[in-house]
Design a protein around this ligand. Structure first.
Ligand code: AVI
Length: 374
């Protein structure tokens, strides 16, 4: 541990930038912006994301079902488009999750009463959801709370942290620049409530989700809590409509992944050669998003020194978005060694915020005996 309270990550801890205008000196020093306002940013990104992208695209584009991992949706334009998707009338997850937070924020924030601790947000992005929690903080009731947003984009981390500091002048923020699917080990180890909103867990396969949840469990102490947003199964038309909005924002978001690859890998995709396709797959209990070629296309990705032939009608698989049942969610938690402390949902049960804790040895043994008995 060093004096920032963070453990050294795999590639070492370095302060990339502390706001405002730190030139990279003063490693590990916290820079007060002004009295009562406090922001520190630490980076665990080591610049290897380009090599990773090259590897991912080479692998994905040479599979029988060509695919592009969904994390490549989120360049600056993609993140903007995602924010717009959240505002479309058809995209119910954001609105529903916010409505649950409206009703349950006070109960959730009881965690900090009176001991305080870290409020960690994985994949922070826009501040809408965390604001719901911060709005119910009562200094006389809750202990000292530090907000720890974790994001892969430096700009969005700085922008959203600055915005929050304007509205919550007493808030202390430790921004962590990291890919939380790989760098969970760098997060603070003290008392904490970890949040992972938006049902981003649904964009991972079962195996990837179990792996991530196990990593999260590994940094949790017995009293810590993990608040996980999960989109639930519901009438099919509601789900499919959410991924086929009338304005075509989801279509643009889907196509933008090709523009992103063009920019990063010197490619010549014409994203308009592809139709947006999003449908519910009942066997996988997930929405599948694809880009379907309108005509035969040969694409060259200059930096990979590779070309790919795509037949007319062939699809590039860009995303799964899993929809959970109580059973499939419980199965996931069991595999990850987590147990449910509280389950918050909306009146229709469309979305869930599940408060999880580390399964104790005792609970684990009870579960084993129970599953042996049936
Ligand atoms: C970020 N993630 C939870 C969104 C979802 O619903 O799976 C991404 C998205 N894709 C299309 N629309 C929204």
């Amino acid at each position: 541990m060093n004096h920032t309270g963070l453990e050294l990550g795999e590639m070492g801890l370095e302060i990339l930038r502390a706001y405002p205008g730190n030139n990279g000196k003063g490693h590990g020093e916290s820079l007060p912006i002004s009295q009562g306002r406090h922001l520190k940013i630490v980076s665990h990104l080591n610049g290897d994301h380009r090599e990773e992208m090259i590897k991912d695209i080479q692998q994905g584009m040479t599979k029988p079902q060509k695919c592009i991992p969904p994390k490549y949706f989120y360049d600056a334009r993609g993140s903007e488009l995602f924010e717009q998707i959240c505002m479309t009338p058809e995209y119910y997850p954001t609105k529903t999750e916010l409505s649950i937070l409206d009703r349950s924020a006070a109960a959730i924030m009881q965690f900090f009463s009176p001991e305080g601790g870290d409020l960690i947000e994985l994949g922070s992005g826009a501040n809408q959801k965390i604001r719901k929690l911060l709005d119910v903080v009562n200094p006389s009731e809750h202990g000292w709370i530090r907000y720890v947003p974790v994001d892969i984009s430096q700009n969005s981390l700085l922008e959203s942290a600055t915005e929050l500091l304007n509205d919550y002048p007493n808030l202390e923020i430790l921004g962590v620049l990291a890919d939380f699917t790989r760098h969970i080990g760098v997060l603070p180890r003290g008392r904490k409530l970890i949040t992972f909103f938006g049902s981003t867990i649904g964009n991972l396969t079962e195996e990837e989700a179990v792996h991530l949840l196990k990593r999260i469990r590994s940094i949790m102490n017995p009293g810590d809590r993990f608040l996980l947003g999960m989109d639930m199964l519901k009438p099919l038309d509601v789900i499919e409509t959410a991924y086929n909005d009338r304005q075509g924002v989801t279509r643009d978001f889907n196509r933008n992944i090709l523009d992103h690859l063009n920019g990063e890998l010197n490619g010549n995709f014409n994203s308009h050669d592809f139709d947006h396709l999003a449908f519910f797959n009942p066997r996988g209990e997930c929405v599948e998003m694809h880009l379907r070629a309108k005509c035969a296309v040969t694409v060259r990705l200059g930096d990979l020194a590779m070309s790919f032939d795509i037949r007319k009608g062939e699809t590039l698989h860009t995303e799964i978005s899993r929809k959970f049942s109580r059973e499939s969610a419980d199965r996931l938690f069991r595999k990850a060694g987590l147990s449910v402390a509280r389950w918050f949902t909306d009146p229709k049960g469309w979305f869930s915020l599940v408060e999880l804790q580390v399964k104790t040895l005792e609970q684990g043994l009870m579960m084993e005996r129970w599953s042996e008995a049936i």
